[in-house]
Design a protein around this ligand. Structure first.
Ligand SMILES: Cc1ncc(COP(=O)(O)O)c(C=O)c1O
Length: 367
């Protein structure tokens, strides 16, 4: 096997779920496993979460749910991104809960479900200010009044999504949630009821757990990160993924020698350069070169030159580093650590993008 692997720590995943359950208080956690569980593996992660009594799991697209079903998952699955006319058949064939924002799609779902003699559970998505998914609040009552008349449709849930739940200033989130609550009250006064009422992602669950909802859609927190490190520290989350490899070659260069593609890095002295089989073809972004460190024998070393598709180069100076030594790109070694925040900060991004980018060329090992 190739020496680059991603180790997924199952105990840490369970710990993070436990932490989110505590903070969510009366809300049930809907783990979000879209984008291959943020790069951690949708089938394996879902299996672990089901064993930990996750009743309902969220994905972005129906195809992701199909992957879960084909692996034997029979539990409740909610598709977060509103359904389209192109995937109504999947919702029925695989018994998925759909998020809806378009009455024509709902009618198509109704037709499909009715013709199969089944009922499909749907959640009405309310756009309270993010302006990505959902219907305008003032259209909700009319939508619901018509929706409940459709055969084969059970309006099972209602949701919104916050645009900035992680922000210190909570004004906008509170406005969104107040709007959501007023739409909910209007619908309930008109006689509509919902089994699931949900509005909060991971940071929302941390910041707004006093709101009267019964489900929280948590993704990133389960993988041990949040938008900012201070938030995951507050929740005592533990990253669940370690990205490790090995030194496969060592080259000695002199002052003036070039290292890697495009003559980007010219050595200013005699030094040793370790070659490690991890590159942008694995999702280790090219822009990280000369900006981040990795760990070898408990010490930090810079990644130099240009990150190639399959390999990268590390300046090991005069240190006692040998072919076969472990190299940690995300994780801990001795007293040192590198996490997805370090990589995200170096490229002006967030940890979500770091773990989600890791390609399936890297074997995931669940420990
Ligand atoms: C609609 C919706 N709900 C929940 C989530 C989960 O968010 P997080 O990973 O921040 O918990 C996402 C992720 O982007 C989302 O799009």
């Amino acid at each position: 096997m190739r020496s680059t692997i991603a180790k997924i720590n199952v105990a840490n995943l369970k710990h993070n779920l436990q932490m989110m359950r505590q903070v969510a208080q009366k809300m049930e956690i809907m783990p979000v496993v879209k984008a291959d569980a943020y790069g951690h593996g949708i089938v394996e992660i879902s299996r672990i979460l089901r064993a930990e009594k996750a009743r309902i799991i969220g994905v972005a697209f129906a195809d992701e749910a199909v992957k879960m079903r084909e692996s034997g998952d029979t539990g409740e699955i909610f598709v977060l991104i509103p359904g389209t006319e192109y995937d109504t058949d999947l919702y029925c064939a695989y018994n998925l809960q759909a998020s809806v924002e378009d009455f024509d799609v709902l009618k198509k779902l109704s037709h499909e479900a009715h013709s199969r003699n089944m009922t499909i559970k749907t959640h009405l998505f309310i756009n309270t200010g993010m302006n990505r998914d959902g219907i305008k609040p003032n259209m909700a009552l009319d939508f619901m009044n018509r929706a409940v008349e459709l055969p084969g449709i059970d309006m099972f849930g209602i949701l919104t999504h916050l645009a900035g739940s992680e922000l210190e200033d909570r004004t906008f989130s509170n406005q969104q949630l107040d709007l959501f609550d007023s739409v909910l009250a209007e619908l309930q006064n008109a006689g509509h009821s919902f089994k699931y009422i949900h509005a909060l992602n991971s940071a929302g669950t941390l910041n707004f757990s006093d709101r009267p909802y019964n489900l929280a859609r948590c993704g990133i927190a389960l993988y041990g990160y949040m938008d900012y490190k201070n938030l995951s520290d507050k929740l005592k989350l533990k990253p669940i993924l370690e990205l490790v490899s090995k030194v496969i070659n060592i080259n000695t260069v002199d002052a003036g020698d070039t290292v890697g593609y495009s003559l980007n890095y010219i050595s200013d002295a005699k030094r040793r350069i370790a070659v490690v089989p991890l590159g942008y073809g694995d999702g280790y972004h090219r822009v990280l070169a000369n900006k981040v460190h990795c760990l070898i024998n408990g010490r930090k070393f810079p990644i130099v030159g240009t990150i190639c598709m399959d390999q990268c180069l590390i300046d090991i100076g005069d240190e006692n580093v040998n072919i076969g030594d472990d190299v940690v790109f995300i994780g801990n070694q001795g007293e040192e650590s590198v996490d997805a925040y370090d990589l995200a900060n170096a490229m002006g991004s967030i940890p979500y993008e770091i773990t989600t980018a890791l390609k399936w060329r890297i074997p995931r090992i669940y420990i």
